[in-house]
Design a protein around this ligand. Structure first.
Ligand code: USQ
Length: 393
């Protein structure tokens, strides 16, 4: 299968490109290094500086004999997007090319506009590149569990039947994003749904929870192949941050009460899910929505697990409940269906001490590179505490 990975330089994009190449796909990646640029601008660089995509692909080829074709290009630029579709004539496209940080999207007007424009325009261009250049191409789009928010009823897998005044209809499950970033993913889903029902596209929209992990069979071959592992307040996801905080001797930054519950998954399972979605494509005229996580945790549970795993390394870790910079419920009901991927064959890698130990072991190696100034939250949108500053207006 010929597959384009858009956003192929990212935390998920690069491991996905290697994984699909190892699984026999002919992989093309496109990226304009937006996340690296934003990380530099906000002093949020990843723990380990990654070589550029050409060098990474060369290193991967020298170790495996497998080629990943690299296009440095901007997914919001219609010419860049159509060029790769015309050349590749892909069977599938995996679309990760979005500004992925909730806190970044809440930094102020400019960051909000960049997030809105980039994310919506990239999705719009994917739709039109498929329609004009590769009409049979299956679009696999990365959405987020955060599209649903934290409603007081069970979360279904994308759709809900509504019975109203004696009649029944199926609708997209109601959505309520907790940041502008999450809201752009909701808007993406609406855009895709409009084009699916109008022009018969085939689309899989992945509602993914926060991902953790650094180790994959391909990444473990060489330091140059490791994913961009962020631990800063903008681009780092919570468990990755806690692991680095433990190693750096900084108390774990639980936001508020710590009862916030999310569906989490190992990076290895992101790779597995994307591969399964590609192997079992959506039908024409179908917007298939799959909830992509393997188990749920509160932030407190994650912190306690890290404390326990770190103790086995002889690292004593404290937990700090700091003022929550986000507008979110800190105690709430959370029960989300996630039966779609197991039905396709997903075999989850669940979070246990050995997974945490492996993460700690890798991060300990790079302990000298941790900058403790990148850890505390710099952006707040909590109604209770936040005053919109002149700078963020
Ligand atoms: N949290 C803490 N302490 C921290 C960092 C986070 O308590 O130091 C809490 C947050 O308040 C939140 C939870 O941990 O309740 C998860 O936060 P996160 O930063 O790991 O995840 P989030 O900002 O929601 O975004 C991440 C990815 C995003 C993806 C999303 C899936 O950055 O791209 O879409 O996870 S989901 O959360 O299901 O929307």
């Amino acid at each position: 299968m010929r597959t384009i990975v858009l956003g192929g330089d990212g935390y998920l994009g690069w491991p996905t490109a290697m994984h699909l190449a190892s699984a026999g796909h002919d992989v093309w990646v496109m990226d304009n290094y937006l996340r690296r640029t934003l990380a530099r601008q906000t002093r949020s660089e990843a723990l380990i500086e990654a070589p550029n995509l050409h060098d990474r692909a060369e290193r991967f080829e020298s170790l495996t004999g497998l080629k990943i074709r690299v296009h440095v290009g901007d997914c919001t630029n219609v010419e860049h997007m159509e060029r790769i579709f015309v050349e590749a004539q892909p069977d599938a496209v995996v679309h990760y090319a979005e500004q992925p940080s909730a806190p970044y999207s809440m930094m102020g007007r400019d960051a909000a506009e960049l997030t809105l424009r980039n994310n919506l325009c990239a999705t719009f261009n994917v739709v039109w590149a498929v329609l004009r250049c590769a009409p049979n191409c299956h679009i696999v789009k990365l959405g987020t569990m955060g599209e649903y928010g934290t409603p007081n009823i069970d979360i279904e897998e994308g759709w809900i039947d509504v019975h109203h005044k004696g009649r029944t209809e199926t609708f997209l499950y109601p959505r309520a994003g907790g940041s502008l970033y999450h809201t752009t993913k909701i808007l993406d889903t609406d855009l895709l749904w409009f084009y699916v029902r109008t022009y018969s596209l085939r689309v899989t929209d992945l509602m993914q929870g926060p991902v953790y992990g650094i180790s994959t069979p391909d990444a473990d071959r060489h330091i140059d192949l490791l994913p961009n592992f962020h631990y800063d307040d903008l681009f780092g996801t919570v468990l990755n941050r806690f692991i680095v905080q433990a190693v750096a001797g900084v108390p774990l930054t639980v936001y508020g009460a710590g009862g916030q519950t999310r569906g989490y998954l190992n990076l290895l399972d992101t790779l597995q899910c994307v591969e399964l979605a590609l192997e079992h494509p959506a039908s024409k005229e179908e917007l298939r929505i799959l909830n992509q996580f393997t188990e749920t945790f509160t932030v407190n549970e994650l912190a306690e697990r890290v404390v326990h795993a770190a103790a086995a390394f002889g690292i004593d870790v404290a937990i700090d409940h700091i003022a929550n910079p986000r507008q979110e419920l800190e105690e709430h009901y959370y029960n989300a269906v996630h039966t779609g991927f197991p039905a396709l064959g997903l075999r989850p890698h669940l979070l246990d001490d050995s997974v945490l130990a492996r993460m700690l072991e890798i991060v300990v190696r790079y302990k000298d590179r941790v900058d403790p100034k990148k850890i505390l939250p710099r952006v707040s949108w909590n109604r209770a505490t936040h005053v919109l500053t002149e700078a963020s207006r």
